[in-house]
Design a protein around this ligand. Structure first.
Ligand code: AMP
Length: 191
């Protein structure tokens, strides 16, 4: 693999990572990887893996690091021709971040940028409840939403310091229209 752009789109659930990741992937011709989408597809297809993770996802807890690492290894293996990746929802723990670094070293690659969407907590809850109604996501009920935010604060937010130490972390304010936020993200990526 030549040097490719590995972007981590970072932020709490409801920050708009999924929406923006799709648009960024389209604009730059990169591969969008949403581990949440991958896991939900496994559940929908009733695979072995899907039946293992269904209850965990529906409770708003995190799926095991081992499983996520396996999934990401196969994502990189199966996409060895792409020019870049937009990672959406991975890594979510320090263990995952460290394992990602190791995986990338083996491939002669590294994380290029971690771009975070900053959205205040009240707005997050509002958006998640709205999405629950619109998409019928079982993990968007009020108590599960609370759980997902707790998981974010306990396990995922420590990654901010991990990436700040490597000078990879940039943050933009994630409230406003989808297009406004998208253009702000694009301008940081282009820098
Ligand atoms: P998302 O669509 O990114 O919010 O992910 C939905 C759910 O999938 C999460 O609440 C977790 O249960 C699971 N999940 C997705 N990505 C990960 C990850 N990197 N580590 C652990 N669990 C994950």
């Amino acid at each position: 693999m030549e040097h490719i752009f590995i972007l981590i789109l970072f932020g709490p659930p409801g920050a708009g990572k999924g929406t923006q990741a799709v648009k960024i992937a389209e604009r730059f011709g990169w591969k969008h990887v949403s581990t949440g989408d991958i896991l939900r597809a496994e559940v929908a297809h009733g695979t072995n893996l899907g039946s293992k993770v269904k209850a965990v996802i529906e409770a708003g807890h995190l799926v095991s690091d081992e499983l996520l690492i396996e999934i990401m290894e196969s994502v990189f293996r199966l996409n060895d021709k792409v020019k870049g990746f937009v990672l959406d929802g991975f890594p979510r723990t320090l263990k995952q971040a460290r394992e990602l670094d190791k995986m990338l070293i083996k491939l002669g690659q590294k994380v290029k940028l971690v771009l975070a969407l900053d959205v205040n907590e009240d707005e997050l809850v509002k958006r998640l409840i709205k999405r629950a109604r619109e998409q019928d996501r079982k993990d968007d009920t009020e108590e599960v939403i609370k759980n997902r935010l707790v998981q974010y604060h306990n396990h995922t937010s420590p990654l901010i310091d991990y990436y700040k130490e490597q000078n990879l972390f940039k943050e933009i304010f994630g409230e406003g229209t989808i297009e406004e936020i998208f253009e702000k993200l694009c301008s940081v990526i282009k820098k």
